[in-house]
Write a protein that binds this ligand. Structure first.
Ligand code: GDP
Length: 299
């Protein structure tokens, strides 16, 4: 299927590398373990996670769960799957609509595309969807969101370029309530270089949304680009200081060998991965399912 195909490069850099190392050694020794650790680090699972996994391996050797190089692959598969399956990644809608979803992330990670795909996902579930262009910093961002709105049949709330993002968000929440919209998805600007501004802007957006709906936003999704590997982890770190993130959307998993970053996000950052992007088409956004992901990674 498409997920398995999308993860092909990651599988090559990850599973097949482990396999190669394993068949290259007759017995477990320090060289093998060094090579294995390097393979894990280069697969973008993160240094901390690699260290943790290697500790498990040493432990497994001591406890005689690992006796030969061949035992390593199923052992790691089990441990990595367990890491992937920690916490809940489910994305649910609010009991009382509208569900307000705030989408954050730096420019270029696939934020607009993700909003379009997400809107389409809910449309296909029979929900009414509204988009809000609160990235008022770039005219192109507003235009692009409008194109997506037209494509998926969702109203787009926008103001002029340069206007106050929080007032767009406020108008959108009011409009979504008035029009009985099920899902409101709010785009935000992604200028990481002005960290304190970003923080203030997101705080203000949250504040005005809560004036209308105290429990909103129901979801704050951070969009990260899988092809940036460890950089994605660093971005998550910075953004988590600006807003309470409820989940990650990991885009561009197709065609990258860095899909191991999912393990890092879950194990290192303890953030749920709620959606994954596996292509540019409108239906190439999937709810993240750890079991399917682990299966696609190892089989
Ligand atoms: P933004 O600046 O964060 O809003 O980024 P865009 O939504 O404009 O996306 C940037 C580029 O990434 C576009 O060419 C998208 O088609 C592409 N893109 C987004 N998500 C994915 C994905 O899951 N897979 C692939 N291959 N491309 C993606």
């Amino acid at each position: 299927d498409k997920l398995k195909k999308g993860l092909e490069k990651t599988r090559k850099s990850f599973t097949e590398k482990i396999e190669q190392i394993v068949v290259g050694y007759a017995k477990i020794d320090d060289d093998l373990l060094d090579e294995l650790e390097e393979a894990l680090i280069s697969a973008d699972v993160g240094v901390k996670t690699s260290t943790l996994l290697m500790e498990e391996v040493h432990h497994g050797i001591k406890k005689k769960e690992i006796n030969t190089p061949e035992d390593l692959r199923p052992f790691l598969e089990e441990k990595i799957s367990a890491l992937l399956m920690t916490g809940s990644d489910a994305s649910t809608l609010a009991v009382n609509p509208p569900t307000v979803i705030l989408v954050i992330g730096v420019n270029g990670v696939g934020k607009t595309t993700t909003i379009g795909k997400l809107g389409n996902y809910y449309k296909e579930q029979g929900k009414t969807v509204m988009l809000a262009a609160a990235d008022t910093f770039r005219a192109a961002a507003i235009d692009q969101l409008e194109i997506w709105g037209t494509r998926i049949g969702a109203t787009v709330i926008k103001h002029d370029e340069g206007s106050d993002p929080a007032s767009v968000a406020f108008d959108a929440v009011k409009a979504a309530k008035a029009r009985n919209i099920d899902v409101l998805i709010i785009d935000t600007a992604g200028r990481l270089h002005t960290k304190s501004n970003l923080m203030e802007e997101l705080k203000k957006i949250n504040r005005v949304i809560q004036r209308e709906i105290p429990e909103a936003p129901h979801e704050t999704l951070l969009v990260l680009d899988a092809t940036t590997g460890q950089n994605a982890i660093n971005q998550a770190d910075v953004f988590s200081q600006s807003a309470p993130i409820s989940g990650v959307v990991l885009t561009k998993l197709d065609g990258t060998a860095k899909g191991g970053v999912v393990v890092g996000i879950k194990a290192e950052l303890k953030m749920p991965v709620k959606w994954i992007g596996i292509g540019e088409a409108v239906d190439d956004l999937r709810p993240f399912n750890s079991e399917d992901f682990a299966k696609a990674l190892f089989s």
